[in-house]
Design a protein around this ligand. Structure first.
Ligand SMILES: Cc1cc2nc3c(=O)[nH]c(=O)nc-3n(C[C@H](O)[C@H](O)[C@H](O)COP(=O)(O)OP(=O)(O)OC[C@H]3O[C@@H](n4cnc5c(N)ncnc54)[C@H](O)[C@@H]3O)c2cc1C
Length: 265
């Protein structure tokens, strides 16, 4: 029997696009880790996730019941080992690049996805769900590992969290990247990249909050550079993501100029 490992600090949380999310770990004594290094972003960070939706999303060719309670569960590998790629298809900048997400190309991801599949089935078989019309993984007829893997390969899709196409290089320079630790593009003067493309890998969760943190860090870096290159100018406070206006002070004249947060830095 599969044992669910739900760390105390990782709970089921409400979600705007779905009814709830749970972040979970594969137990550290699982045989997966005898074959592969642990990709979780920390000792308490998750390997996979359940997303509940109040909807019918069956993988079987059956007509949904007309009435009743519905729930479907999407499972997500949140610490994948597989790495996709983007390659230029042509020197013409208007030609779309070749994007290869390379889903499930690492056997580690297949094993975690299979573990997650069994976990969600066990969870949704609990008596609490009796009477619900269940969608996706719980209604798959897959039983053997081979059948489960085939089901996963035929039903895998992204959940809109692509990152890392302009990854940041490591501070010691051992891991090469497109941008340096100050987010400046290597080999180009004065150009920074400030978006999720600089993440070296996907975080163990959803990326939006980390994008905000990155934007805050970039604002500080730009202010520091501004203060060095334009002596006598300084920023009076560290911006926070609130959307309200911020102040810049000219220390020589003591005048104060209001700037919008993203406006002029
Ligand atoms: C449907 C969906 C649901 C999501 N739900 C969640 C969620 O619940 N939680 C979560 O954490 N994350 C979620 N994400 C992921 C999250 O939105 C992204 O990781 C995040 O927005 C990435 O931020 P970014 O700044 O890198 O890129 P973006 O937010 O995509 O910003 C890129 C900006 O660049 C602009 N742009 C593009 N091309 C040009 C150009 N040539 N010139 C000028 N501007 C340009 C675009 O208009 C856009 O404003 C979701 C994503 C999607 C698509």
């Amino acid at each position: 029997m599969t044992t669910l490992s739900i760390p105390q600090d990782l709970a089921v949380i409400p979600c705007s696009q779905c009814s709830a999310i749970a972040f979970l770990r594969v137990p550290s004594n699982n045989s997966i880790f005898q074959q592969f290094p642990d990709t979780a972003t920390g000792p308490g960070a998750p390997h996979y996730e359940f997303l509940w939706r109040d909807a019918w999303a069956s993988s079987l060719p059956v007509t949904p019941p007309a009435t009743g309670f519905f729930t479907s569960v999407v499972q997500v590998v949140v610490a994948p080992a597989s790495r996709g790629s983007i390659t230029l298809a042509s020197a013409d900048p208007f030609t779309f690049p070749i994007i290869d997400p390379a889903f499930l190309t690492s056997e580690f991801d297949v094993l975690v996805a299979r573990f997650a599949f069994k976990s969600v089935r066990q969870f949704m078989n609990a008596t609490s769900w009796q009477g619900f019309n269940l969608g996706l993984a719980p209604d798959s007829i897959a039983e053997t590992d081979e059948e489960i893997d085939a089901f996963l390969r035929n039903n895998t899709a992204p959940i809109w969290h692509p990152v890392g196409t302009n990854r940041i290089q490591s501070k010691d320079g051992k891991e090469v990247g497109v941008v340096d630790s100050k987010l400046l593009v290597n080999g180009v003067t004065g150009l920074r990249i400030v978006d999720a493309s600089v993440f070296p890998f996907i975080i163990g969760g959803h990326p939006q909050a980390t994008v905000y943190a990155l934007a805050e860090r970039a604002a500080d870096l730009i202010k520091e550079q501004f203060a060095r290159e334009v002596p006598g100018q300084c920023w009076t406070e560290t911006p926070r993501y609130t959307g309200i206006s911020r102040e810049k002070s000219d220390s020589a004249s003591k005048t104060r100029i209001h700037l919008s947060y993203f406006g002029q830095i």
